[in-house]
Design a binder for this molecule. Structure first.
Ligand code: PLP
Length: 405
């Protein structure tokens, strides 16, 4: 039996679990759309200030419903996930407030927002917000240390659900529940904030349901279903989402302005397909883990591990292999298959980054994509795939390319 058939046989049970979760999440989204009576009228374009845009207002309601949150802010005016996350942080934090990370080093772009290694222009550090972080132990959150780490002074605790560009483990919803409980036991006023990128619809519950006060993410990852053309979202406690809205627009304006331009239907339709598309991406990740572990590479998660996000990390151990892998994924893309990815100084990142994203929506990592900072252990982070069939073709293509090196 060839490698593909062997791996497919071994992961059949995992695929079944993924399909069950997709079914439950599809039901959740459908029920919310029925309850809120979504209609063609909500897909209309608005212009200018867009006061009273019912499509924008309804979409906020719909996200709030699906995330079990009091309030939501879903906008194409967020230029990326980082922008949504930064908007929440800048909206809530004030000079002399203390921000902490409970999941070790934050994602690369968030480090720049914080003013992590140097006070980047416009960073939180420049505004007098202090920062501390709780290091991970063996890639896991140091739960027992939280009670000594959070103080009565800590204003906001940041929790990153996904592994991002690191070999740490992603958090499950059960992990997030434990972390939030530890924080609230010490300081009930400390805001629990979850970076939800790549985590949406991987499980049947979302962070607000287990104690997160505010959550933010990108629309060109899981929750946009591959159809959202751009944007981000923030969901959570009403007072906190309101503070973020004043940072996105202006004090006094908040969520009441913002034109939908040409996009509202795609945001609704993308949300509707998101549970299924997330499942396709998860199957691709499980398949990749199976193939590359059989070829002798260290993969995280392993094919049978519980997953907290859609990212598959594969340690390729050399820059040469890393670059070859990304080039192969690019060449098996429906868009820009002829382009040859190069490592470059991406805005917001400290190391050079190489990205394969032959995607319909530029840089959308819910579509089959691979990226990596050029640093030890030369791990590539593979994610997405609008269809499992495409993910499989790309992964087998990359495997063949590496074997030929
Ligand atoms: C993708 C991602 C972000 C935001 O990245 P953008 O490219 O700005 O959308 C933040 N945190 C994590 C963990 C991510 O994976």
């Amino acid at each position: 039996m060839n490698l593909k058939e062997r791996v497919l046989g071994e992961v059949a049970e995992n695929f079944k679990c993924v399909e069950e979760i997709s079914e439950l999440n599809t039901l959740k989204v459908l029920e919310a759309m029925r309850r809120l009576k979504i209609s063609d009228a909500h897909f209309k374009t608005s212009t200018g200030y867009a006061y009273g845009d019912i499509g924008r207002e309804k979409l906020d309601e719909l996200f709030a419903e699906i995330f079990c949150a009091e309030s939501a802010l879903v906008r194409t005016q967020f230029v990326s996930g980082t922008h949504a996350l930064a908007t929440a942080l800048f909206g809530i934090l004030r000079p002399n407030d203390e921000l902490v990370s409970l999941t070790g080093e934050p994602y690369d772009t968030l480090q720049t927002v914080i003013g992590y290694s140097h006070a980047a222009k416009g960073s939180l550090k420049e505004f007098g917000i202090t920062y501390r972080e709780l290091p991970l132990i063996n890639g896991k959150v140091d739960l027992a240390a939280i009670k000594h780490f959070i103080t009565p002074k800590t204003k906001l605790a940041m929790i990153q659900r996904s592994r991002g560009y690191s070999m740490r483990e992603p958090l499950t919803i059960a992990d997030i529940e434990k972390i939030c409980a530890e924080v609230k036991a010490i300081n009930p006023d400390c805001v629990t904030f979850v970076d939800n990128c790549y985590g949406e619809f991987v499980e049947t519950r979302e962070p607000v349901e287990v104690g997160a006060d505010i959550v933010a993410g990108s629309l060109i990852k899981n929750i946009g279903g591959g159809l959202a053309p751009t944007g981000g979202y923030i969901v959570g406690r009403k007072d906190l989402v309101e503070l973020a809205s004043y940072r996105l627009t202006a004090p006094g304006m908040g969520n009441e302005l913002g034109a939908s331009l040409g996009t509202p239907r795609l945001l609704y339709q993308g949300l509707f397909t998101a549970p299924h598309v997330t499942a396709q991406a998860l199957k691709g990740a499980i398949f990749a883990s199976g193939i590359f572990s059989k070829l002798g590479y260290k993969t995280r998660p392993l094919p049978n591990d519980i997953r907290g996000d859609i990212i598959q990390a594969i340690e390729l151990c050399s820059a040469e292999k890393l670059i070859a892998f990304c080039r192969a994924i690019q060449s098996f893309s429906p868009v820009d298959s002829f382009a040859v990815p190069e490592a470059w100084d991406m805005p917001g990142y400290e190391d050079k980054v190489i990205m394969a994203a032959g995607t319909f929506v530029q840089g959308a990592s819910i579509e089959l994509s691979a990226d990596a900072p050029l640093r030890e252990p030369y791990a590539v982070y593979l994610q997405g795939g609008l269809t499992f069939e495409h993910a499989m073709i790309g992964i087998l293509g990359a495997a063949q390319e590496l074997e030929a090196l």
